[in-house]
Design a protein around this ligand. Structure first.
Ligand SMILES: [Zn+2]
Length: 506
């Protein structure tokens, strides 16, 4: 569970605001969707497909994008959301996110060793090590019990991550996330632990002998260490005696007195530590070999809220660009993991607006990576660790605002439920958006496209949950053709290892 990330805005406030339409179908578009249009565009797609030749090269570089919680319904809704903001759209449904044009797609089965519906710890472990494990555990085999305190047992069951292998083979490595750097998805790349919540010493039982996750990031001693680590989670790296440089009045959280940001600077030559947008912008990739960026005490801001951040934060796209500039100095190549970590948090909060804006920003970051790399030598993968209970439903007409109430083709009024009430296209199976007592509210006058609106949920839960259906894997570049059919989530690791000529698991 990764909830409590979002403050709910009162429904009363939203009731007061008027209904807003984010977009309407523009008929200015000259394309007319005649039968000829569909047959011609289908023929072109066939011609493109026939030209597709598998790229059998090995990869010099691998960039793995993970949309945390980015299930297929999230991708579809984000595609429409972005499409409806474009001039001359044909409704928005025809839009493609950057990675949706990749030539190869497969599906990934996300269950963990012990749960039908998984959390981010075992799913990212599967993606980055090729091994499925138990919920809550990071890059250790399933023989380890959750919250195992004994370092000997945990260490005996470590499974090797792709980043560790990359370093041992002389490549550079980077991790970029909008969540805390010590959160499950990024942590699975460099840490081995029986409990994902043991992010700093203060989070752990005092008699546990394994290292906390932040300490494991600094003590990542494969090859010449991580070249890039950017995200949130500053409090996990600073001692409780240190006043936070951004949030005045708040301190670091570590009880062991260690300032891990200073350890980073001491450990690596030509290294830098930055905590705000100005520091980030000032980083010269040519002169910096090891960059640590901690832009928030906890998670970074949602893209929608980023402009209001006190010290300023780089966007996911900007961090991705900087990471590639630093990592590509290594002639042998690099492995970079980029996580859009807050798609998941917005979904847990039942807030589709932020989940979709985070997804569009991930699409922007992928586009930037495509611009800065060459498909001949760089394998780019876009996937999710797991899905959410997010649904696109009703029978809205083409171009109906994706965040709006359902209006069916030819109707002037909204579609009604069995009690005569309108309903939104987007909803959740469970979560904080439940409003069923005593009956569903009348949403007619509510601005359901407001950034703070919480989509309705069928089952009341404090935080919405993950969902168990398969997620998509999109790929382009060397060995991308190996993504086909339905595979175990651990298969994603196998393709990356194969492309880089690493022996799986060694
Ligand atoms: Zn989650």
């Amino acid at each position: 569970m990764c909830g409590n990330e979002f403050k709910l805005t009162s429904v009363a406030m939203l009731l007061a605001s008027s209904l807003l339409t984010i977009s309407t179908v523009s008929n200015a578009e000259t394309i007319s969707e005649t039968p000829k249009f569909w047959l011609d565009s289908g023929k072109k797609s066939i011609a493109d497909s026939e030209k597709l030749k598998p790229n059998e090269n090995n990869a010099k570089n691998v960039i793995l994008f993970v949309g945390d919680g980015m299930g297929i319904s999230t991708i579809t809704a984000a595609r429409i959301f972005e499409g409806q903001s474009k001039p001359n759209n044909r409704g928005g449904e025809e839009n493609s996110l950057s990675f949706e044009t990749f030539p190869y797609v497969s599906l990934s089965k996300t269950y963990s060793a012990d749960q039908q519906t998984p959390d981010s710890a075992p799913t990212m472990t599967a993606i980055i090590t090729g091994v499925k494990t138990n919920d809550g555990e990071l890059s250790v085999g399933m023989a380890v019990a959750r919250k195992e305190k004994n370092a000997d047992i945990v260490n005996a069951n470590k499974v090797k991550t792709l980043l560790e292998q990359a370093e041992e083979n002389g490549l550079s490595t980077g991790i970029v996330t909008t969540a805390r750097l010590t959160h499950a998805t990024p942590a699975a790349c460099y840490a081995h632990t029986s409990e994902r919540d043991w992010e700093a010493d203060v989070d752990m039982p005092t008699d546990a002998t394994i290292s906390d996750i932040a300490k494991q990031l600094i003590n990542f001693n494969y090859g010449n260490g991580l070249e890039v680590a950017m995200g949130g989670g500053r409090s996990k790296f600073l001692p409780e005696t240190t006043i936070d440089p951004e949030d005045v009045g708040k301190n670091g959280s570590r009880k062991d007195g260690l300032d891990l940001t200073q350890q980073w600077l001491r450990k690596y030559p030509k290294s830098a530590y930055v905590f705000d947008k100005a520091g980030f912008t000032a980083i010269d990739a040519k002169k910096t070999d090891h960059l640590l960026g901690l832009f928030d005490m906890s998670h970074m801001e949602y893209e929608h809220d980023r402009a209001t951040d006190r010290a300023g934060e780089p966007s996911l796209t900007e961090m991705t660009a900087k990471a590639i500039e630093i990592l590509s100095k290594n002639k042998k190549g690099y492995v970079l993991m980029v996580e859009a970590g807050r798609i998941d948090h917005a979904h847990h909060a039942g807030n589709a607006y932020r989940a979709l804006t985070e997804t569009v920003e991930l699409s922007n970051a992928v586009r930037k990576a495509l611009e800065k790399t060459n498909a001949k030598d760089t394998l780019i993968i876009v996937t999710a660790d797991h899905s959410h209970t997010f649904t696109i439903a009703g029978y809205p007409q083409r171009g109906n605002p994706i965040l709006g109430l359902v209006k069916q083709p030819g109707e002037t009024d909204f579609a009604k439920d069995a009690n005569g009430m309108p309903y939104t296209t987007l909803s959740y199976a469970n979560g904080p958006g439940y409003r069923g007592t005593p009956a569903r509210p009348d949403l007619t006058a509510i601005d359901t496209a407001h950034p703070d609106f919480l989509q309705e949920a069928a089952v009341p839960l404090v935080t919405e949950t993950h969902a168990a259906e398969d997620v998509a894997v999109f790929a382009t570049g060397p060995k991308a053709y190996l993504f086909h059919g339905i595979q175990e989530e651990s298969y994603t690791y196998q393709v990356m290892a194969k492309a880089l000529k690493f022996k799986a698991g060694e």
